[in-house]
Ligand binder design. Structure first.
Ligand code: AGP
Length: 608
């Protein structure tokens, strides 16, 4: 997720200060590098570097860029480390075309190879840079800028919002979107484009929404919208935005956490877009090792538990999942040069995880990581890493980063499973196909089940405790549901493997004790029914997350949240966790807490 702002102003007005101010309002969308481009007197000038906006401004004085037309970008790296050459804008061979981008271009490697064979020279490792070079190539075939841009857009696969300026038409900005957001602002004879409305709200409340597969041309005469596919003009009425700047950042959601729960529809899709070559790199590293330790904390540890089960089941790997803070005491003696550490950390800065990694590295272990922050300490300690592409997560409670991590870890297990042939290719393909279905399934849940969750939240808000039970891969899902609930509602929630209940925990159960069962219809289904009956017999209130149509569990439950489709067991955490995220969110709100900033917690625990 990156922040984009572009503007076409009246002659004599300077775009740079407006761009700077807009990027400040967009920093929550990404902040590992920043850049601006303006055009003045036949010169296209770019200023950019890694670092936050204030740092880059202090270094280069972004405001002294000249000209009434310009574009700015604040980056959240997905392809290419956050270093100067990978920051946006990116230009063509002759520096006549500059482009900024938010999203993932899935087929960029093929396009890059095609352009390199035609003599284009690339300066970055980003997916974005194929765009200015492709436009340059089509211009050299005699196409107009608009046609060259449109033809380029139609070559791209994946998610993108792209904004282009060029010396070909110095008073014009071209933009296009596919999945990644882009909105247009109508000023008084001035025009803006941005990743979200917050960027230009102080300038205008009149906006035009660019829909999927559309492109727009902004110039002093106004804004034209076209269908990117065929160039047909689109008529679109402006809307008047009523949001205040803060709620504009939350895109109308009451809290960042709720926005991020809903963003999972896109972030999981982005996690599915990372090119397979990155998984091959991680797979090779892990397959060379004799044993693998997955180390992580909190929510990332729960994602690691799912990953560990997947690597064992799909790839027959000898994997142990260890809480990072216990790793050096518990397992360091087992680490040698034939050991691989798979570290999972959305921030890439969690001290416990970094300490485990450093200790293992000192003993010769290979370090592989999954992180959300390219450029983080964990990434720099890793031999190989993969970005989870979740975009910045503002809410302290991890939501979208959990489902992205699970998706990445499942894709890793699929990659290794395919290479090792431990399980049938049918089983692996079914899991991969299911992962592609999860975004739509989550969207369905968010459209149809929220009121059911709210009712359960209201009825549980007075509980003195709540427990979460599951079996198999639903154990980490239950642990994650518990963590969400306790860190947001401050109710001492409990989670157990359901089979463990009779070994002590069941003593807690009394009339009406809220007991949440994560009960997909998988290989554990029969046993979980037995566990439900154990609790029911002692008066527990049974709340079950079930597959739609599971009448057996429904008939045993006081409340159910139904998941509309069946899924292979290993894919269930990605979807079954969503009702638990919502339960925790609504209980926090009902109890009068701030879900975005729960007490005593920090977003990244950078101390031991
Ligand atoms: C989860 O909601 C918490 N915010 C916390 O447990 C978090 O998952 C943990 O601190 C690990 O953070 P990391 O993924 O950045 O390493």
């Amino acid at each position: 997720m990156c922040g984009i702002f572009g503007c076409v102003l009246h002659d004599g007005r300077e775009a740079a200060p407006l761009i700077h101010a807009a990027l400040k309002r967009l920093e929550y969308r990404g902040y590992d590098s920043v850049g601006e481009v303006t055009i003045s007197n036949g010169t296209l000038t770019v200023k950019k570097d890694s670092g936050r906006l204030d740092e880059v401004h202090a270094k280069y004085n972004l405001d002294d860029l000249l000209g009434p037309v310009g574009v700015g970008h604040t980056r959240w790296a997905t392809h290419g480390r956050p270093v100067k050459e990978n920051s946006h804008p990116l230009v063509d061979c002759k520096s006549r075309i500059a482009v900024v981008h938010n999203g993932i271009i899935e087929n960029y490697l093929d396009l890059k190879r095609e352009l390199e064979t035609k003599g284009h020279r690339f300066a970055s490792r980003t997916d974005t840079e194929v765009v200015p070079h492709m436009v340059e190539e089509y211009l050299s075939h005699g196409l107009s800028l608009e046609e060259a841009f449109r033809k380029t857009i139609n070559r791209l696969e994946g998610a993108y919002s792209i904004v282009l300026t060029s010396l070909e038409k110095p008073k014009t900005i071209l933009c296009a979107r596919q999945e990644s957001p882009l909105v247009l602002g109508l000023g008084d004879g001035e025009y803006y484009c941005a990743s979200d409305i917050a960027a230009f709200l102080p300038l205008t409340r009149k906006a035009l929404i660019l829909e999927e597969g559309e492109m727009a041309i902004l110039d002093p005469d106004g804004i034209r919208i076209l269908k990117a596919k065929n160039g047909v003009a689109v008529k679109r009425d402006a809307i008047t935005v009523t949001w205040d700047p803060e709620s504009a950042k939350k895109q109308g959601y009451r809290h960042f956490m709720l926005k991020e729960i809903h963003e999972q529809v896109h972030t999981i899709r982005d996690a599915m877009r990372t090119h397979e070559i990155y998984y091959d790199l991680l797979a090779s590293k892990l397959m060379q090792s004799e044993k693998v330790f997955i180390v992580a904390c909190g929510t990332s540890y729960h994602a690691g538990l799912v990953g560990g089960q997947a690597l064992m089941k799909l790839a027959g790997m000898n994997v142990r999942v260890v809480v990072a803070s216990e790793f050096s005491d518990e397992a360091l003696d087992l680490v040698d040069s034939k050991t691989a550490i798979l570290a999972v950390s959305q921030s890439g800065e969690t001290m416990d995880t970094l300490n485990a990694v450093r200790d293992a590295k000192a003993k010769g272990a290979s370090i592989v990581s999954v992180t959300n922050v390219l450029g983080s300490t964990l990434m720099r300690l890793s031999d190989v890493y993969i970005g989870q592409n979740s975009g910045p997560e503002i809410g302290v409670a991890a939501t979208k980063t959990f489902t992205s991590q699970v998706t990445v870890l499942l894709r890793l297990a699929i990659a290794i499973g395919r290479k090792k042939g431990e399980v049938s290719s049918k089983e692996i393909s079914e899991l991969e196909e299911a992962l592609h279905r999860t975004p739509a399934l989550i969207q369905n849940l968010l459209n149809t089940r929220v009121e059911d969750v709210k009712k359960i939240a209201e009825s549980c808000s007075g509980a003195s405790s709540i427990c979460f039970l599951g079996r198999g891969v639903s154990v980490p899902t239950s642990l994650e549901g518990r963590l969400k609930l306790l860190e947001l509602s401050y109710i001492p929630a409990i989670a157990y493997p359901a089979g463990e209940s009779k070994h002590g925990f069941i003593a807690l159960i009394e009339e009406g004790f809220p007991t949440v069962f994560v009960a997909p219809r998988d290989e554990t289904h029969k046993k979980i029914i037995g566990n439900i009956m154990e609790m029911k017999a002692r008066g527990a209130r049974i709340i079950s997350i079930i597959e739609e149509g599971d009448e057996e569990v429904r008939n045993l439950s006081d409340d159910v949240i139904e998941i509309p489709e069946s899924l292979p067991s290993l894919a269930t955490p990605v979807v079954y966790v969503v009702p638990l995220q919502l339960l925790a969110y609504y209980m926090s709100v009902i109890l009068g807490h701030d879900p975005d900033y729960p007490r005593n917690l920090a977003k990244s625990v950078t101390v031991e």
